[in-house]
Write a protein that binds this ligand. Structure first.
Ligand SMILES: [Zn+2]
Length: 105
């Protein structure tokens, strides 16, 4: 598969799905203001002046699992010492050997 793949699907008037090799992004917005979530989980807002071609994009959030988010999911625990991923059944980090906090504590 050497070719690039990208597709945009409109869901109603305001929402578009941007499907590419790296994942699915979502964007929504009205004239002059757009919110989009890229496949890497970054949430961007774009403010533009209609008719001028001027716009300003700013990353306003990140939907990728943070340390706080990872703690909620039993499948995606994270070592407090080294930050690497640990499985739900591990008692000790397989990367650095630190003791892992049991889920729900
Ligand atoms: Zn570790």
């Amino acid at each position: 598969m050497g070719f690039r793949f990208r597709k945009t699907v409109s869901l109603g008037k305001l929402v578009r799905l941007n499907i590419s090799k790296s994942g699915i992004g979502v964007s929504t917005g009205v004239r002059g203001l757009r919110l989009s979530v890229s496949p890497d989980g970054k949430v961007r807002s774009t403010v533009g002046l209609p008719g001028t071609g001027l716009s300003h994009t700013k990353v306003i959030g990140d939907l990728t699992p943070s340390q706080a988010g990872a703690a909620k999911s039993k499948q995606q625990r994270q070592c407090q010492a080294c930050g690497k991923r640990a499985s739900a059944t591990d008692r000790f980090c397989r990367h650095c050997g630190a003791r892992l906090v049991a889920p729900g504590q």
